[in-house]
Design a protein. Structure first.
Length: 262
């Protein structure tokens, strides 16, 4: 469901009812006549829907993490907030950028519309910027020919299925974060889609190397061997960007998660 579109339609309907009541119906009613219920409810909901729509479209939007692709940074069930204006102001519903502000930087966690199905929102970490050469070969990430250093952080316990994954510290740009890399998982990339600019990627048994086209970004999940990302379905175009994730505001299973994401 396109919630932004539903909210916009509700805004239009309640605004029309408010205008109709304010400038037409109210003047024709007798002073002691009751307000029709459909006018009263529609007009009273208009300011509330306007505030919600404006905040969600231009300031901050809540999301719930549905999968484990960003473990250990984000867990299934985390409720996060996404800054909608960091990467520019966009028109709601059509998502067209009208004011450019900042560009995504390496290491930032970004929410975007899935290129293969824009009705779905995905969340991943920005790894490659326009013009970058990104390689993920034999579980080693390199950017423009420079390997990204990894340092061991021990093991991460998956509490749902009770098993451990090797955890490492990685630094992209100015942002240091943790990633999970399974030693026994295959290095080659399977189930690759036929995506735009597919010719800019080279696949081998060791992994993938891609040159990021202009106006696009290469993204990956922190749970490297359990993430469907740019390695499989290609680059994220700028017009698909929703915003920058920056805060965990709730998790029903673990209240200590609140505020733990940076």
């Amino acid at each position: 469901m396109n919630f932004a579109l539903v909210l916009f339609l509700l805004l239009v309907i309640t605004a029309a009812l408010w205008v109709f009541d304010r400038f037409h119906a109210r003047k024709r009613r007798a002073p002691d006549a009751p307000t029709p219920w459909w006018v009263e409810y529609g007009a009273s909901f208009f300011p509330v829907i306007l505030i919600v729509f404006s905040l969600r479209s231009f300031v901050v939007e809540p999301f719930k993490i549905p999968s484990g692709s960003m473990i250990p940074t984000l867990l299934v069930g985390d409720f996060i907030l996404v800054n909608k204006w960091t990467y520019g102001i966009r028109l709601p519903v059509i998502n067209k950028k009208v004011v450019s502000l900042n560009d995504p930087q390496r290491g930032e966690v970004m929410v975007f519309r899935y290129p293969a199905d824009p009705s779905l929102d995905y969340i991943k970490r920005v790894v490659g910027l326009p013009g970058d050469t990104v390689a993920y070969l034999n579980k080693q990430l390199s950017i423009n020919g420079q390997p990204v250093p990894l340092s061991s952080q021990g093991e991460f316990l998956h509490t749902e299925r009770l098993y451990y994954s090797p955890m490492f510290s990685e630094k992209l740009g100015e942002i240091e974060h943790s990633v999970l890399i399974e030693k026994d998982a295959p290095a080659f990339i399977s189930q690759v889609l036929d995506f735009p600019y597919r010719d800019k990627c080279t696949y081998t048994t060791a992994g993938v190397t891609c040159v990021v086209p202009e106006g696009h970004y290469f993204v990956m999940g922190d749970n490297r061997d359990a993430s469907s990302d740019s390695r499989m379905w290609g680059f994220v175009p700028d017009q698909n960007i929703v915003g920058k994730a920056f805060f965990i505001w709730f998790n029903f299973n673990d209240l200590k998660r609140i505020g733990s994401f940076h």
